[in-house]
Design a protein around this ligand. Structure first.
Ligand code: ACO
Ligand code: LMR
Length: 264
């Protein structure tokens, strides 16, 4: 009989060997004929299943809302400086992407981990936030450089509204809102940020859409899929900033001396 040679790679999300490529078993023609969107493609390639429309629409809203936040944020700044140094699209893009992390855009996975753990352990917002403070860890998903209690982030509001009107349950979001109420009582800059809103609502999506077992939800949170949403989304804006700088024929950037404190 046939002897199967051992393989060096195992892959389970896409297959390009047939007449047409398949994403998680769904042929490309089906994707086009049924008018699937980017949210459906993310569902197939990241979660290996077709999710209900309200879930794929939520994914698309996350991508649209996080696509850009102006030229001054870490990612766009790096991309602009790199493009002005004459570098190519990919270099300019990755230079911006490399700033995504625990302080900027990449706090979604940790926010999901900490909010989920605190909720499951039944911690009050006070116990959770003060416990984090004792450990010297900033609460991921809370805090913003320019948004304040009296100048909320519209994106956070839009995400929350979508969850309230479309999700069967928003218990994690409600917990995150209670955490925010407590942090805002401490300082006006400690608002729920877009990472915190996506994290808590994605926990609600995973827990309540009926498409994931508890074990699958735990694995998604442990591995950390959710920063991928910000990375994917912000790439759209960073590519735009690269084109913008090239179109404007901007010269090499040099930071002004006056804006540096030279000291010993
Ligand atoms: N949890 C607890 N305390 C906080 C938090 C937080 N998440 N954020 C700020 N603080 C405290 C700081 O400890 C500081 O107090 P201190 O001076 O007594 O130490 C005070 O609030 C002011 O903090 P700053 O450092 O001035 O705040 P900054 O504006 O630099 O930080 C940042 C903004 C980086 C977003 C911060 O709030 C943070 O680390 N948040 C957690 C990570 C996070 O969610 N990042 C995603 C932001 S949204 C985005 O990037 C798309
Ligand atoms: C962003 O989306 O880039 C931000 O929320 C960060 C910022 O400082 O505006």
């Amino acid at each position: 009989g046939k002897v199967r040679a051992p393989t060096h790679i195992i892959s389970t999300i896409a297959d390009d060997r047939g007449e047409e490529p398949c994403y998680a078993g769904v042929p490309m023609s089906t994707i086009v004929e049924r008018g699937y969107g980017v949210g459906d493609v993310i569902s197939l390639l990241w979660f290996k299943r077709s999710l209900p429309r309200y879930c794929t629409q939520f994914i698309e809203i996350c991508v649209m809302l996080c696509a850009d936040h102006g030229p001054c944020v870490s990612g766009a700044h790096n991309t602009i400086v790199t493009a002005r140094a004459g570098k190519d699209l990919v270099s300019s893009l990755v230079s911006g992407l490399l700033t995504i992390g625990p302080r900027f855009g990449g706090a979604i996975d940790d926010a999901a981990r900490y909010f989920k753990d605190a909720y499951e352990r039944g911690l009050t917002p006070y116990e959770f936030v003060e416990g984090m403070k004792k450990k010297g860890i900033r609460v991921p998903g809370i805090g913003h450089r320019i948004k304040r209690g009296d100048n909320r982030d519209k994106r956070v509001q839009l995400l929350q509204d979508y969850g309230h009107s479309h999700f069967p349950s928003v218990k994690y979001l409600e917990y995150a809102v209670q955490v925010e109420t407590y942090t805002l009582s401490k300082a006006n800059n400690l608002v729920m940020n877009v990472d915190g809103a996506i994290a808590s609502l994605f926990l609600d999506l995973l827990a309540s859409c009926g498409m994931f077992t508890k074990q699958e939800m735990d694995e998604i949170v442990d591995i950390g899929y959710l920063n991928g949403l910000f990375v994917l989304a912000r790439a759209i804006g960073l590519i735009g900033h690269t084109f913008d700088q090239k179109r404007l024929k901007q010269p090499l950037y040099r930071h002004p001396w006056e804006d540096v404190l030279y000291t010993k």
